[in-house]
Write a protein that binds this ligand. Structure first.
Ligand SMILES: [Zn+2]
Length: 313
């Protein structure tokens, strides 16, 4: 069964051909049909209190406000075209101390946390939000060439930065994270990290992929490091962009061939086995002392697929 998680399902045509034409990108920024989505300190402009469904939507505005931004704002970044060929852009306005006059361009809209907004806007808009947020964050963190230290310039509508001194090209990064539900027979493993403030939150084990490592190897290594369990079969389930700032969650199921858990106490505060019945209760928020991730997160769907018996394992 195909999954389109929150933060996936972006419907825009990213315009790979058009974005290589720098003059065209500049012209499109000033077209009457250009749609601009401003972000203030990585918070998108969102309109709420709409009647019916959806509860909220991304608040696109026209391009005029961009002329008043200082050059250090970095300019609009091209996201792509909708089905009517309207060009869409994301604009970082973090240099503006008080952005209320820009928010006012979309009546009823405010800048708000992207994670909170993601579940209230239509799914396909959460995909656009993910693309835009990750891209603006990357530009903000990568202004300077990592080879020679010169300030680089945005090219291809933001799909690349080029150094005017040494000509190095730098591309936006996506960081793969393996996230997996470990199972053996009728039990599965969930853990809680040291970083979490609540002691009742359990989720799948997860960790960044290392360099020179296949997904299966990353899954096995992370599980070994966090729980001491050895893994046989690894099965891919689905993936989810996670724009905080630019991860790609690669969701898998992993079959344990050992049962004794040895917790990495530097990283995890607890890792333990749960029965399928316990997990079903937890999915309904009825398991005493245990909370698990909600449907915004791929972890929820990895857990649910195993509990329901619909996982491809
Ligand atoms: Zn350089």
């Amino acid at each position: 069964m195909p999954y389109t998680h929150i933060f996936a399902g972006n419907p825009l045509d990213r315009g790979d051909r058009e974005r290589r034409d720098e003059e065209l990108i500049k012209r499109m920024m000033r077209q009457d049909n250009a749609r601009m989505l401003p972000f203030h300190r990585l918070m998108p402009l969102v309109r709420r209190n709409m009647r019916g469904n959806p509860h909220a939507e991304l608040a696109w505005i026209s391009h005029e406000f961009v002329d008043d931004l200082p050059p250090e704002a970095g300019g609009p970044k091209f996201l792509g075209f909708d089905k009517d060929r309207n060009p869409h852009f994301a604009v970082d306005i973090s240099v503006v101390e008080d952005p209320s006059h820009i928010a006012a361009l979309a009546p009823g809209a405010t800048f708000e946390d992207g994670r909170a907004a993601a579940t209230d806007i239509p799914g396909e808009q959460s995909g656009i939000l993910a693309q835009a947020r990750s891209q603006l964050d990357w530009h903000a963190r990568h202004r300077f060439c990592s080879v020679c230290g010169t300030e680089s310039q945005s090219r291809r509508g933001g799909h690349m930065r080029q150094c005017p001194n040494c000509a190095s090209q730098h591309f936006p990064r996506t960081d793969p994270v393996a996230i997996m539900l470990v199972y053996r027979g009728d039990r599965c493993v969930m853990g809680q990290t040291q970083a979490r403030s609540t002691t009742t939150f359990y989720s799948c084990l997860a960790g960044f992929m290392d360099q020179g490592e296949s997904i299966e190897e990353g899954v096995r290594r992370e599980i070994w490091e966090e729980s001491g369990l050895e893994i046989g079969k690894v099965t891919y389930h689905s993936s989810q962009p996670w724009p905080f700032p630019a991860s790609l969650m690669i969701g898998c199921h992993a079959e344990a061939i050992t049962e004794d858990i040895v917790i990495d106490s530097g990283e995890m505060s607890d890792v333990r086995w749960f029965t399928r019945d316990e997990v079903k209760l937890a999915l309904e928020d009825k398991l005493e002392g245990v909370n698990i991730p909600g449907p915004i997160a791929i972890a929820h769907h990895l857990i649910k697929a195993w509990a329901d018996g619909t996982a491809n394992i």
